[in-house]
Write a protein that binds this ligand. Sequence first.
Ligand code: DP6
Length: 354
Amino acid sequence: RFYEKTSTSPVNIAVIKYWGKRDTTLILPTNSSLSVTLSQEHLQSKTTIRASPDFKKTRLWLNGIEEIDIDNNKRLQNCLRETRNLRKEYENKLSKEGVKTVIPLSEFNVHICSENNFPTAAGLASSASGFACLTYTLAQLYELPVSTTELSKIARQGSGSACRSLFGGFVAWELGSQNDGSDSQAIQIAPKDHWPELEALICIVSDAKKGISSTEGMQNTVATSPLLQHRIEKVVPERMKSITEAILNRDFQKFAEITMRDSNQFHAVCLDTYPPIFYLNDVSRAIIRVITEYNSSNEFKKLKAAYTFDAGPNAVIYTLRENIPEIINIIAKYFPGNVENDKDYFSDPDQLFA
Ligand code: DP6
């Protein structure tokens, strides 16, 4: 006897980077950020959650392996607590309205099976899609009558960037000004079909696990980088406005320039951190040079591609669909390697939970 829901969530790649928290428990950022949600065709997280009065404790399997000691996993506990509280409120409301068959799901333990169809080691925003998926699946299971923006405030407490993965298309995470986080939330700037020609090309430079995690790295930056203060006050607010405009006008020139400048500045604040943090390697820098060369090689010096890098050496290249064959050829020429087909990494929850 159990109640079950399954859902999937996409990965998002920021063009204005989130880097720094003003509250590490509630996960409140020091600046707003903006991302593009990638289609789920290639990269996604999938989560199945079962609730039952028969479950002795709450358990979690990540990519097929059970996580022990989940009581100390604060981020997971935050998402569970917040969604459970909302479910409790909802159950009380239904009872008050005289609904007789309210299932007390908020009192049951849950079994959670969460997986990615891409290797986590590649460091490709797996926590973003993972926590978005956890929060969304809990909300579905509990039939919570809340908006996606409301849910984004819960996903945010799992991993900051997760709040942006609840929406498709172009998504802003507004930093907010309240100390309780009640206005630090994600909103959709435009849906995916607003700019269907925009494509993201992912270049895996290394699938080794990164040195310093984003969680730890960003707090070292907050503590030591004077450049971060300049970025927070003088740079990001203006860029948020300009890139939103660029997206609404489908202005690739402007979009590309801001994207590359913001990736550059994010890695500059990493270098300004003391001791410094290096996420880019020689191959990452070679990709920057190749894209810069590609952008200046055409007759009108039109920007045709934009690179961006998160807390690791892998590149994401944004471009318009018409340029994809050209760019793949260039990348293949400079970085001969092989293209791997997507594998199905998902396992059967029935076997896991058994
Ligand atoms: C460089 O969301 O992974 O990808 O909130 O501590 O979980 P936590 O950090 P996380 O940081 C992502 C940083 C980034 C930029 C971005 O996605 O905006």
